[in-house]
Design a protein around this ligand. Sequence first.
Ligand SMILES: *Cc1c(COP(=O)(O)O)cnc(C)c1O
Length: 455
Amino acid sequence: MPDDSPNSWEARADASSFYGFTDLPTVHDRGTIVLTHGKGPYVYDIAGREYLDANSGLWNMVAGFDHPGLIRAAQDQYARFPGYHAFFGRMSDQTVMLSEKLVEVSPFDRAKVFYTNSGSEANDTMVKMLWFLSRAEGKPERRKILTRENGYHGVTVVSASMTGKPYNSVFGLPLDGFIHLSCPHYWRFGKEGESEAQFTARMAQELEDTIHREGPDTIAGFFAEPVMGAGGVIPPSAGYFQAIQPVLRKYGIPLIADEVITGFGRTGNTWGCETYDFMPDAIISSKNLTAGFFPMGAVILGPDLADRLQSAAEEIEEFPHGFTASGHPVGCAIALKAIDVVMNEGLAENVRTLTPLFEEGMARLAENPNIGEWRGKGLMGALEAVADKETKRPFDGSLSVSERIANACTDQGLICRPLGQAVVLCPPFIFTPAHMDEMFGKLEKALNGVFAEVA
Ligand SMILES: *Cc1c(COP(=O)(O)O)cnc(C)c1O
């Protein structure tokens, strides 16, 4: 029960905050958890309660909540040069160094980087780049954007239009010209008797049919997360990217990898496109780019798009786009350190070491008769609750099963996230086997408790 005295932190939060992406009945019943600090993978609320954050904040705090090297990088850069823009032919030395680093660690031989403050803005920026290119190359009708159902690309007007979630209809979105293809989730959407290979072939056929229906010369780009994150941690069906990429290439449609979650180690490699063995035309990065220590996003353009955009911009003498804080020196200094910490201080290695333990724990919990499947890659995973394992029938929505599981976890000091009828886990890269045990132990108790009530 929330403390409902008028001066409680819960009441103060309610009185002054308009909540986003928050289940209001849960907040009314339980109160907002007001957090004060963190230590390693734990966060602490105003009453001193400890929570193991199995979601890395919002997928992004991969180095935990008190990494001394990242704190020092921020402090040092604030002391040296606390802010500057990247307009009018000026930019900070940190911005130059981060771009060089991103080009170096990208899968591209050559690349160019453009900065934003968030993943949404990075996707918006990429769409503007594609539209800019279409006009410059004399194909102004080439504007439509292809994404997938359940794909998550952000919340600005354009990135929300790209996002394939039904809640965007409350805003009258998507905008025209944003087309959502099927979600490549074989377990849920495979047809009776259809093999996974047939399912993948159907996805590629749907893409080609859609291109024909819309007109190949009207499509500016295709955006995909290597593993869908906020859609419920959905890895693609086997061979998916190998099946769709030739179709896109055939029609000259750029493939943009939205690596906001999968970038920098989450799936066991630096990039999700490495894990799934495909070469995108550009990469969208954010979230763990700064290990969550600074709001920042980046568009990393592969050689072809970089060259074409450069010529298009030369023609009119500038690319008229940018944010006041694009390439912020403190964000860049933090990102440089975060990349170093993840890639060279054993964090990426730890993801690979812990992955078998994570998979083992997930597989064990998935033996529960009310878990339909577990799915995931590297250190991101989901357990899908079902009323009937045989038929994959979900629970009645009014039971709010995944919210109840997440709340039962919170009560034990574990943060995990309900998403549809799934529970999502996305632990920080600094987890130890002991943290894994704590996470799975608490989650198992929560699952058993809730399923005993509803099943
Ligand atoms: C979170 C996310 C975004 C949006 O990033 P914001 O910083 O919240 O705007 C875009 N794409 C993916 C894949 C994400 O997970």
